[in-house]
Ligand binder design. Structure first.
Ligand code: PLP
Length: 429
């Protein structure tokens, strides 16, 4: 870091020389890890570009109409580019899919029928999925209320997918096996493409026609392949995360086998209409530019996450994944010692945001979440966690989930701000 940058950090951002030195040390030590991320980002940039070329995208797709949108050109363009970039047969991507939760709910509700069983193979599902399944809340509208049952296979004590237990749990009613790739609000690693491929093989070895579904939130463009390229039948994700590239205003996608995407499209719109109606509301250009910029944005975020792990490891905290370990999402979880550290960490991240930096996050209830949560996300797209953000449920052990940054340098500033806040408040030595 040059003298001018150091001066600016000290004088304008209140970062001490000790903090700067710590982060610089960490950064120097993890350079070898960064090289792999650069290679993957370059590959994915070309892969996405190839999808644009294959789909012959022209600027006319940015135009949009109104009403039913029977021939909204952008809708089809977005679907095809997404399908190409994700190596899937088909895809539905819409600004009207609210978020990842909505995309996942449409996937389950669109494909599963009364009497079917959904088998989660990665332990307890992500918090907002629990109300969709009917594990929490009044169950109204949930899978359970439609007669779709649920079973779950826990991870092994080492937090790996328990393939033998998965095989044993698949029965005559098990129509879909699901895997959550990212850690969610839990303490484990995110699953790699190799682990996902082995899981698919295990499931299909006992039931060849089982539908393998992946909650792919935070997982896109982090490896040379996507789950849909290693046998996963259908997956869903959020445009507030990786594939939105920090440019899409919002939305969600479902990608996979064409017959399954069609079933889901009947849930997203209506049976018989599916993907043939619905406006893009002038979001086509943002969605396409988002996926085009995605590999680069994600590259910055994943480096920031690795740096965060390294810095907090140097400070003596437990992190997952560790800085040197392979990463299959853009999240770093840090086990903090108490609630005060969790709150100060999130407040520091908020103070480093571009938007609403002068706001102070407070703990509070959030729709779909069982515990009070604290969330720092001073983002251009409200709540976007591809942008610099940190959050965590107010429950023991006090784990903070750090992620995002539209550039590596922003993410790095976030790490410095968090360290600085904890030091200044006397919360760490
Ligand atoms: C974020 C997330 C979701 C939900 O996505 P939203 O866009 O926040 O609704 C689901 N599953 C996992 C693993 C996630 O990280």
């Amino acid at each position: 870091m040059n003298k001018e940058t150091v001066n600016l950090l000290c004088k304008q951002f209140g970062i001490s020389m000790d903090t700067i030195k710590l982060v610089e040390t960490a950064e120097a030590e993890i350079q070898p890890v960064f090289r792999r991320y650069d290679d993957i980002a370059e590959y994915n940039q070309l892969k996405v570009l190839k999808a644009f070329h294959d789909c012959r995208i022209s600027d006319t797709v940015f135009a949009w109409n109104n009403g039913y949108g029977h021939d909204d050109p952008g809708r089809d363009a977005c679907s095809r580019v997404y399908a190409g970039a994700l190596g899937a047969e088909d895809c539905i991507v819409r600004p009207t899919i609210c978020d990842g939760t909505h995309a996942l709910a449409c996937t389950f509700l669109g494909i599963l029928r009364p009497g079917d069983e959904l088998l989660y193979c990665s332990g307890q599902p992500y918090d907002t999925m629990q109300t969709v399944i009917g594990l929490r809340g009044d169950g109204n509208g949930s899978l359970k209320s439609y007669g779709v049952s649920f079973a779950q296979v826990d991870l092994t004590p080492e937090n790996n997918i328990d393939l033998e237990a998965v095989k044993a749990a698949i029965g005559p009613k098990t129509r879909m096996a699901a895997l959550q790739r990212s850690l969610g609000y839990s303490w484990r690693h995110a699953f790699s493409i190799e682990e996902i491929a082995a899981w698919v093989s295990a499931c299909k070895s006992v039931k060849p026609d089982i539908i393998c579904m992946v909650d792919n939130c935070y997982g896109e463009f982090l490896d040379y392949k996507e789950p849909t390229e290693v046998g996963v039948d259908v997956m869903a994700g959020s445009l507030m995360k990786n594939p939105g590239g920090g440019i899409a205003e919002g939305g969600g996608y479902i990608a996979g086998r064409a017959d399954l995407v069609e079933m889901v499209s009947y849930r997203v719109t209506a049976p018989g209409i599916g993907g043939d109606c619905g406006l893009m509301y002038d979001q086509t250009r943002h969605i396409l530019k988002g996926i085009f910029m995605g590999p680069r944005t994600i590259n910055g975020a994943i480096k920031g996450a690795a740096l965060c792990s390294k810095v907090f490891q140097l400070l003596g905290f437990e992190t997952t994944p560790r800085a040197e370990a392979p990463r299959n999402d853009i999240v770093t979880a840090i086990k903090l010692n108490n609630k005060e550290q969790l709150i100060e960490f999130c407040r520091a991240i908020q103070s480093a945001a571009a938007i609403n930096a002068h706001f102070t996050p407070e703990e509070g209830e959030m729709p779909g979440y069982p515990d009070a949560v604290i969330m720092a996300s001073g983002s251009f797209a409200q709540g976007s966690t591809l942008e610099l953000s940190a959050d965590g449920p107010i429950r023991e052990p006090y784990i903070v989930y750090f992620q995002g940054g539209l550039s590596y340098w922003h993410s790095k500033l976030g790490v410095m701000a968090a360290v600085q806040a904890l030091c200044s408040r006397g919360l760490i030595g």
